[in-house]
Design a protein around this ligand. Sequence first.
Ligand code: GLU
Length: 502
Amino acid sequence: MRKIRTRFAPSPTGFLHIGGIRTALYNYLLAKKYNGDFILRIEDTDQNRFVPEAQDYIVNTLKWLGIEPNEGVCFGEGDFGPYIQSQRKSIYEKYAELLVEKGFAYYAFDTDKELEEMHVRLSKSNVTTPQYNYAVRNFMKNSLVLPKSEVESRIANGEPYVIRFKINQGEVVRFKDIIRGWIKVDTSTLDDKVLLKSDKMASYHLASVVDDYLMKISHIIRGEEWLPSAPLHVLLYRAFGWEGEMPKFVHLPLLLKPNGKGKLSKRDTLDEGLTIFPFSFFDKNSNKEITGFREKGFLREAILNAISLLGWSPGSNRELFSLDELINIFSLDRLQKSGSKFNIKKFEWFNHQHIINTPNSELFKYLKEYSNENRDKLNKVCDLVKERVYFTTDLYDNAKYFFKRPENFDKANLSEDNIKFSIGWIENFMSLIKDKPLEFECLHDFLKNLLEKDNLKFVDIMPTFRLIIFGKISGPDVIKSIIILGIDEVYERINNFKNYIL
Ligand code: GLU
């Protein structure tokens, strides 16, 4: 069997978000499942749209998520480098010339103005999508039309030209996509795409096909937006005589906005405040800081798990998976055809579940200055608070009051009367449990019975109790908190609170 070699081939034209992460993840999972190679290739042939910080952002994202390529840019050079396309310019030029030689491509000398005129002319004659194709090329300035001697002299004189791929009319390109099955495209609908630009840099199409071939890529897993390019790529493989080694195609369904209307994009972050980027950054276009998953308090395991299910199904109702488990069960035949809606609430739910499943010792690092406190106490605090938090950032906010007394009190809408009455009741309760063993069941039953006896409900007293302990009316279970803090500390906090409000 052919060695599985997948590639993540982003263009550094912007900051990577979950759409790209999903592509990287599926490529990673397939490669790891079959002990293959996962490659990072940077496709920067479009220098006009180049964003300098984008490459580091991609590399750091893959590192943070732990889906690291074993070959490629910043991840160790294999035998197939360089892995940045702008450094491979001369390779592509050679292959473009080869296609001209074989009669599959041609030189085109048309200026921008002439191309523009062609567009205007075709639009006027009601051509809906004017394009440089089999019908149009005969009226343009290219080596299929001009005499050989003129072509040679134009080139010798240093006149700028591009190399275009010659697409024949009325043929059918048939190829298989693993998700979509057999696809047939009439070549008359395709245009003669530029393979080599006038600065001798390859276009995306040429660079991508040449690199996938030279880098021995076995599977191309990429977004659905590249599906229309696939017929051209297949024709390129054929023209080069590489069809036998053509990678398998997998075009992933679109990631949709939460309402299902359209593709998820940066705008959804700006308009709806959705988190879709791995790390925070300042967006120069909108002049806004965009918050990333990491800064928001998402665990990488949760992000990977949530993203894995956006377009793939494990074949059961189970939803929670570690990265290793995903590697084990991933399979291309359960990739879905229809678009997946992004649901931030679901991401938060995954984060909550993964926080609960994370060993406490790993969560300690989120407790900042308290992470070196007594281990036993840290464990108890983590056990208690992790059940309630959805973000790692909230771990600290919930845990800090087990290590320091609150200094401010947010009474919210509690009435003075309720607070006064509750303090008296709480003091009585504390004096009654003073000599009891600090055990949850026993104290909890005692509290419940005492409330019942006094015809009270939890909600009558607990907000004030929490206000005393945590400085706010919500928080972890009161009895469990008393057990961790100890009776004396709770007394201290009661006095502290009384001093504050009196
Ligand atoms: N460079 C393309 C992108 O930015 C990738 C296309 C491909 O995977 O072939 O999405």
